[in-house]
Design a protein around this ligand. Structure first.
Ligand SMILES: Nc1ncnc2c1ncn2[C@@H]1O[C@H](COP(=O)(O)OP(=O)(O)OP(=O)(O)O)[C@@H](O)[C@H]1O
Length: 282
């Protein structure tokens, strides 16, 4: 194992990990009645405030892992712990940003962003005051009265970020949040996410198909094997200095070395996944 690769060591901190997956397996029953094993024996600890990305071949189980952390569904085996407590039902300490739109089209930016606080019982004036701050923080100060359809894709992503962050989640779960954006807007949004995350102590679990994005943003990158029964293949610590500029960091020789190393792991799994897909379709 090279110096760059570090299989994650047991957390030596006294406080429990913010997110812990212990011996997780997940199976789905197909309409035919056959059992489809998606994840097998996943162990993962994410401390408070850490930014972790997960990569792996298409269909290997990244979104399923996120869904288990969100508590949208239970594992078949194993347990999910949040700050040392077994997760039962929906994870109330987490907020999610998905690839698809988060905002309600019939509500203004202000109403969309303040909604989370209104649902938590804040009165309209207080919720709007707080929303105003978050709207400004994500660069949409002059767009409070706009509807989502009047905004660009990048602006709608800013709304989605503000919607999530206003409730000050301890855990941010992000499933390919920027994949639909053009590359320039995407870099702006990634920088913005890092800037805001660095001011919070949120733990981030970030799914992406883009290894460069994973390395540029993260403290750690997890590689999953090709399914069925995906496992953690690699757990890489990304010791690049912060604050980072995502468009520029990819030119750093240290970035390139890390990229090459993780890509070797990932490429093998992508090939296996591709071969499996061809086997099952022929
Ligand atoms: N509710 C479900 N019922 C049955 N099978 C499911 C369900 N959810 C996911 N799967 C299957 O689990 C496997 C993993 O899906 P998942 O979406 O977690 O993968 P992924 O790595 O996020 O994929 P992608 O990279 O394409 O987004 C797939 O084979 C999928 O068909």
């Amino acid at each position: 194992m090279s110096a760059l690769e570090t299989v994650y060591q047991a957390n030596t901190q006294t406080e429990p990990a913010m997110i812990e997956l212990k011996g997780i397996s997940k199976e789905f029953v197909k309409p035919s009645g056959d059992v489809h094993s998606v994840l097998q024996g996943i162990n993962l600890q994410i401390p408070k405030g850490e930014f972790v990305s997960i990569v792996g071949p298409t269909g290997c189980g990244k979104s399923t892992t996120l869904s288990l952390i969100a508590g949208f569904e239970p594992p078949t085996q194993g347990k999910v712990y949040i700050s040392g407590q077994k997760l039962e039902g929906t994870n109330q300490r987490a907020a999610c940003v998905f690839q698809t739109e988060n905002a309600f089209p019939w509500k203004t930016v202000m109403d969309n962003v303040s909604l989370g606080l209104r649902l938590r019982g804040k009165n309209k004036a207080e919720a709007n005051d707080e929303a105003r701050k978050w709207i400004a923080r994500v660069g949409l100060k002059d767009f409070e009265g706009h509807y989502p359809s009047q905004l660009s894709g990048g602006m709608r992503k800013r709304v989605a970020l503000a919607q999530c962050l206003i409730v000050q989640p301890e855990i941010l779960l992000m499933d390919e949040p920027f994949s639909a954006l053009d590359v320039h807007t995407r870099h702006l949004m990634e920088d913005e996410l890092l800037r805001i995350w660095e001011e919070t102590s949120a733990s981030v679990f970030f799914i992406t198909h883009d290894l460069e994005e994973a390395i540029a943003l993260s403290d750690r990158v997890i590689v999953l094997t090709a399914g069925p029964g995906a496992r953690v293949k690699g757990d890489y610590r990304i010791d690049l200095p912060r604050p980072r500029n995502v468009a520029e960091i990819s030119f750093d020789p240290a970035f390139m070395r890390i990229h090459q190393q993780i890509w070797q792991d990932l490429r093998d799994e992508v090939i296996i996944s591709y071969e499996n897909a061809n086997k099952f379709s022929s």
